[in-house]
Design a protein around this ligand. Structure first.
Ligand SMILES: O=C(O)C1=C[C@@H](OP(=O)(O)O)[C@@H](O)[C@H](O)C1
Ligand SMILES: C=C(OP(=O)(O)O)C(=O)O
Length: 445
């Protein structure tokens, strides 16, 4: 779907969608339990893939109230769990576009006493799974890529009883999350040691926080938090059970980043953008507030009430290390294209292993809008002073974050921008364009 977005001012209040990362984990944790309710879930293409997997292993996911099949309309989802003992799925599991589903569910599959096949769309089938397959292999599970290239389709034959395993930390933190979540219900538990420093570490903190809320003990080794940990340990034989049988998903800071950026580059000069649902949690992407502030945005975060207010301001380029916050790269690149001076985004090689190579995608697509960029393997520099944004046709690369970041750039670009593949926002922020239109963006589809 083509989206046409004409330069506009935005203002008013928007609500952050619920967190994709927490929703995936909550649905799967509820699957590992004897049953639990997930309140305020994100219902999107990616989280539906995790719900399908929970069902494939013998659980079920249904709306608490309302139409039996309309998950999207539900305020809460009731999950019947498979009690730590997944059945062998009757069919292939389609993980669609979701890396999180693929990694987390590969480890669930390892617990089943039989074979599971996992696949997904062409983007998913190009992403790296090799280190997780090798780790499962080291733990005595047959786990293979059908093409022998470390990519899906994957075939996994359990069962897994636990043990000690080594894994690199610089490809995806989701391998660690997968092993910790499954490890809790193995007989022997799992101790993971990292062979290289962990990137995207806050996502493992999200996992540890959620596991704790489901009554599961799991800890970093040699550090209080995932950053700086030498590894992680989860004892086996544990039972997933959230307090009162219910878990509430917080707002999503990766999604909030587009609303913050929209306010910083295009808020009505006499008004502001207000974002609700921004309560503190373990999400590393809350760093967007500090990054926007460092760039010169007038931004306030009322943590207690979960409200961020951002006004349009003159922005200046900054240096940002995205080792912990890969999903912010597209948003920061857009802010850099509007700012004065250079924005240097460092430590970003792992951002190339996402739905698309996001470093190359942002460099190339922002150039179509008139930005000057320099791309290196691990660094993306946006030369804001040399950038003069004007509408053009850009390709969202079938990647939700590229689409949303280009939409924010379009708010500040002269004339009209056409974004190809606007429908891909359904992966993490299904109402993104409606939200932008409500804030005053001139959007046509
Ligand atoms: O665990 C998670 O919920 C995620 C971890 C990150 O991936 P990597 O750990 O692969 O960098 C992040 O990019 C992704 O959007 C969500
Ligand atoms: C990379 C992302 O998700 P996943 O790894 O689950 O596909 C994302 O949402 O930006």
């Amino acid at each position: 779907m083509d989206i046409h977005l004409t330069r506009s001012d935005v203002a008013g209040t928007a609500r952050a969608p619920p967190s994709k990362s927490y929703t995936h984990r909550a649905l799967l944790a509820a699957g590992y339990s004897d049953g639990a309710t997930v309140a305020s879930p994100l219902v999107s293409a990616d989280t539906k893939a995790t719900a399908r997997a929970v069902t494939a292993f013998g659980g079920s996911v249904t709306p608490e109230k309302g139409g039996a099949d309309d998950l999207a309309a539900a305020d809460s989802l009731v999950v019947e769990g498979f009690g730590g003992r997944p059945s062998v799925p009757a069919d292939v599991i389609d993980c669609a576009n979701s890396g999180t589903t693929t990694r987390l569910v590969t480890a669930t599959a390892a617990l089943a006493d039989g074979g599971t096949v996992l696949t997904g769309d062409s983007s998913l089938r190009s992403r790296p799974q090799g280190p997780l397959l090798d780790a499962l292999d080291e733990l005595g599970v047959r786990a293979e890529s059908t093409r022998g290239n470390g990519q899906a389709p994957l075939v996994v034959f359990g069962p897994l009883s636990g043990g000690d395993v080594a894994i690199p930390g610089d490809v995806s933190s989701q391998y660690v999350t997968a092993l910790l979540m499954a490890g809790a219900v193995t007989d022997d538990g799992i101790e993971v040691s990292l062979t290289t420093a962990l990137k995207s570490a806050p996502y493992v903190d999200i996992t540890l926080e959620l596991l704790d809320e489901f009554g599961i003990t799991a800890d970093p080794i040699g550090s209080e938090t995932a950053a700086g940990a030498e590894g992680f340990v989860v004892p086996g034989g544990q039972t997933y059970a959230p307090e009162d049988g219910r878990y509430e998903v917080p707002g999503d800071f990766s999604s909030i980043s587009y609303l913050v950026a929209a306010g910083a580059v295009a808020a009505d000069p006499d008004d502001a953008v207000r974002i609700e649902g921004a309560r503190p949690s373990a999400q590393g992407d809350a760093a967007i507030v500090d990054i926007a502030d460092r760039m010169g945005a007038t931004i306030d975060w009322d943590r207690e009430n979960g409200i961020i207010t951002v006004e349009r301001s003159a922005l200046s380029g900054v240096a940002v290390d995205v080792g912990d916050t890969p999903d912010l790269l597209p948003t920061i690149a857009t802010l850099g294209a509007v700012a004065d001076g250079d924005t240097r985004i460092t430590n970003c090689e792992h951002v190339r292993y996402k739905e698309t190579d996001r470093v190359a995608a942002m460099a190339e697509e922002l150039e179509k809008l008139g930005a000057e960029t320099t791309e290196e393997r691990d660094v993306l520099t946006i030369h804001g002073s040399e950038s003069d944004l004007r509408g053009a046709t850009v390709d969202g690369r079938a990647d939700h974050r590229i689409v949303m970041s280009l939409a924010v750039a379009a708010l500040a670009a002269e004339g009209t921008t056409t974004i190809r593949g606007g429908e891909h926002v359904d992966v993490s922020f299904p109402d993104f364009f409606e939200t932008m239109a409500e804030l005053g963006a001139r959007v046509e589809r």
